[in-house]
Design a protein around this ligand. Structure first.
Ligand SMILES: [Zn+2]
Length: 470
């Protein structure tokens, strides 16, 4: 008989649920248990093989699916402040008439309040890690404030600081509106270097250089961002070929396309992470695969803004690292990884007119394993040694019954509202579908006050009328 002192002293055991491990054997344990000590998973096995009797805490996950926490590979959390405004605008009009004026007017405390609300929503929906492409307002103190806001909710991630820099030649080919410039390219890179030099690697949220858009930024800024990432051992992030016009504008300015230029300059590599990459050629897909550069696929945003459908199947077949993203609250309107996964499958089927082109299992692998590779973190798999980021969804409700093929149910029937428990870094941050780290009502009210004040200054009423003055 095992003595009490021999029992494993787990900090936490999640037991009794269907455990979708996404490990090398793609084990699905029914029922299974996940044991956590400190910030790591230490055991994953059938329930009767994980001794929870000495655990500090046991959470009964009966009726639930237990899976790796989701990585949102591309978001703009603070865009919650403009959620529901600008529907139907082209991407460029949405940027130039709404987003850029807001960037000019918004205050740091408003951005922090918005970030906290969106991070709260994200973690409640099972997202445990967010790559936040933060850009408004552009001062470095706000970057630090956004990272702190994410950490206060208990979500992991990276703030990819959205640099703009000097106006590039490609901007001359834009037909309307102008993009604000806050710092020169040299100033932006110096600010970023200072921030990176002072950043602790122990923090839950990392810092990445994040030049906003390769088609709107000058080449020196992009090259400098990639260089900083290599110097400081981080990744770097940018929007790339989201709109059909982006490669054309770039070609007019430089005689090449963004990915071809990056490849030629040896700036592609595992530290390069791109949002969208919709308008890319076969050769560019091969270059991404060959170099290990990663892509965040944002199918809900892409459909909402009608910018096109990413060649996901080509990318996966070629071996490109692809993770999934929401692209933030203003273009997805829900920070919901399940909505993103479902849309991932649906748009590829519509694009190919072939129902068999993608399975729910492939979608789950893309979300979990792709998200892990994209972020560079030991997440996305429930296995000993991995970071303890876990999402538990209740599948006993009418939308999830009968559950006859778990991956299909998770991708097609579950929504973020089914999430019951979320663990980040070994800490239970959502319990019984409520966030444990913040006062939810206070976070909501703070964000509402920020929206009201910002809206008064920017004139949100121009965008908010439904029907005749409604
Ligand atoms: Zn974006």
């Amino acid at each position: 008989m095992m003595e009490a002192s021999d029992r494993p002293q787990y900090d936490l055991v999640l037991t009794g649920g269907t455990v979708v491990t996404l490990d090398g054997d793609r084990r699905v344990l029914e029922p299974g248990a996940v044991a956590v000590s400190d910030d790591r998973i230490v055991a994953v096995d059938a329930t009767d093989r994980v001794d929870a009797s000495g655990a500090r805490r046991v959470i009964d996950c009966s009726g639930c699916v237990v899976m790796p926490g989701f990585v949102d590979c591309h978001s703009h959390l603070a865009q919650v402040l403009i959620k529901s405004l600008g529907e139907g605008l082209t991407t460029w009009d949405w940027l130039s008439t709404l987003t850029f004026p807001v960037t000019d007017a918004v205050q740091r405390d408003e951005v922090v309040a918005g970030t906290r609300l969106a991070a709260l929503e994200a973690v409640r929906a099972g997202i445990t890690c967010v790559v936040d492409n933060q850009y408004m307002p552009p001062d470095p103190e706000t970057t630090v404030g956004v990272a702190g806001a994410m950490e206060s909710v208990g979500i992991r991630g990276a703030v990819a600081r959205g640099m703009t820099g000097s106006s590039p030649p490609a901007m001359a080919f834009r037909d309307s509106g102008s993009r604000p410039n806050y710092y020169t390219t040299g100033e932006e890179l110096a600010i970023m270097a200072d921030l990176l030099a002072g950043w602790s690697g122990d923090r839950l949220v990392a810092l990445w250089p994040g030049p906003l858009n390769i088609a709107f930024n000058d080449q020196e800024l992009i090259a400098g961002a990639a260089e900083l990432a290599r110097q400081f051992g981080t990744k770097w992030h940018t929007h790339c070929c989201e709109s059909p016009g982006d490669p054309d504008v770039y070609r007019q300015a430089y005689g090449t396309t963004p990915i071809a230029w990056l490849h030629r300059e040896a700036l592609l590599g595992p530290e390069a992470t791109f949002a969208h990459a919709i308008w890319v050629t076969h050769d560019e897909v091969a270059a991404l695969a060959e170099t290990g550069a990663a892509v965040a696929h944002n199918p809900v945003s892409n459909a909402y803004l009608a910018v096109g459908t990413m060649r996901l199947i080509d990318m996966l077949d070629a071996g490109v690292v692809v993770g999934l993203g929401t692209d933030g609250p203003a273009v997805g309107h829900r920070q919901d990884p399940f909505e993103v996964m479902k849309q991932t499958a649906l748009v590829q089927r519509v694009r190919s007119e072939t129902a068999s082109v993608i399975t729910s299992e492939t979608v789950l692998e893309t979300a979990a394993l792709g998200g892990a590779a994209f972020s560079g973190l030991d997440v996305g798999v429930l296995a000993p040694g991995c970071l303890a980021d876990v999402t538990v969804v209740d599948v006993t409700g009418p939308s999830c019954v009968p559950r006859q093929r778990t991956a299909t149910t998770v991708v097609n029937s579950v929504t973020g509202a089914n999430v019951r428990t979320v663990v980040v870094d070994g800490r239970v941050v959502v319990e019984d579908a409520r966030c444990t780290t913040v006062d939810e009502q206070e976070v909501i009210e703070e964000a509402e006050r920020a929206v009201a004040n910002l809206g008064d200054r920017v004139g949100f009423d121009r965008f908010s009328a439904s029907w005749a003055g409604g």
